[in-house]
Write a protein that binds this ligand. Structure first.
Ligand code: MTE
Length: 269
């Protein structure tokens, strides 16, 4: 997948090997173990694929995936990726800012948040027969987070089209938030007035808040968010890699801290 490298968004850290990025995944639609998505996501058909963008917009649209691919120039950006479970990766994504798509549908003055949802199709996504989460997988952002230049609509990684297990044909990447905000295989983006209740908030409300910003000082779960294990570092897939200190906003504080000025991040986790 051709793309122009955007050096402004280079993490300047060792990339996580392609083999780890594509075999150690969370994608509960294909099972809850890390190896399930690589093993089973082959059942997902990513053509034809349409993405509806609707709600508080002047120009609601239904995009064919091949039209979406041409909406804005593709960039390669290297981002740190931090899962709430305590592991992290460094991934060269390909995509363009979500803001390009949102501008194309002309948000109304009532658009305060967005929601995005994954395909609902238990035949192709057998994990949806298991009620671990309320399907379809639904996540959301505040409008200013969605419009932030770091927020990427990703179609590829490592120079290639996204493998199914990584969220083909398109997914969200919000590098200052825990990985679960990065909804995969998206079919609908809706602009809304009220803060949505996401799949994880519904499932475990005291662990997963709406904001989900990476924050080493706040651990609503019964485990600490202070450190992380870099997958692929050292031997045995990083199992024995030294733990790294997790940084506020996953190291993107300079770019995003202003979005949260005046908020109590302990309460709004
Ligand atoms: N999107 C969907 N549709 N279903 C999921 O189970 N898991 C989330 C997120 N997006 C998930 C999802 C979680 S918990 C993480 S950490 C990231 O995907 C993992 O992305 P990766 O497998 O590409 O590293």
């Amino acid at each position: 997948m051709p793309a122009t490298r955007n050096a402004e968004y280079g993490a300047h850290e060792t990339l996580t090997p392609y083999s780890d990025v594509t075999t150690y995944n969370n994608f509960y639609e294909f099972g809850t173990s890390k190896s399930d998505p690589a093993r089973y996501a082959g059942s997902l058909h990513t053509r034809p694929w349409t993405v509806v963008v609707d709600g508080e917009v002047h120009k609601p649209r239904r995009f064919d995936i091949d039209a979406l691919l041409k909406l804005a120039p593709m960039q390669e950006r290297i981002y740190r990726h931090r899962c709430v479970e305590g592991w992290s990766m460094v991934i060269p994504w390909i995509g363009y800012p979500l803001s390009a798509l949102l501008r194309a549908v002309e948000p109304t003055g009532n658009a305060k948040f967005i929601t995005y949802q994954t395909l609902l199709d238990p035949a192709e996504m057998p994990g949806q027969n298991d009620p671990v989460l309320a399907w379809p997988y639904l996540e959301g952002l505040r409008m200013d987070e969605a419009m932030h230049p770091l927020t990427l609509l990703a179609f590829g990684l490592y120079g290639e089209v996204l493998p199914n297990q990584d969220g083909a044909p398109l997914r969200m990447v919000i590098p200052w938030k825990y990985g679960f905000k990065g909804g995969k295989s998206i079919v609908r983006i809706s602009l809304v007035e009220r803060q949505p209740v996401t799949s994880w908030m519904r499932a475990v409300p005291n662990w997963y808040g709406f904001y989900s910003n990476v924050n080493p000082d706040v651990s609503p779960q019964n485990w600490s968010q202070a450190t992380e294990r870099r997958i692929g570092d050292g031997r045995f897939g990083g199992l024995f890699a030294p733990r790294l200190k997790t940084r506020l906003f996953n190291g993107y504080a300079k770019q995003v801290a202003d979005l949260y000025r005046g908020m109590d991040l302990r309460r709004d986790f």
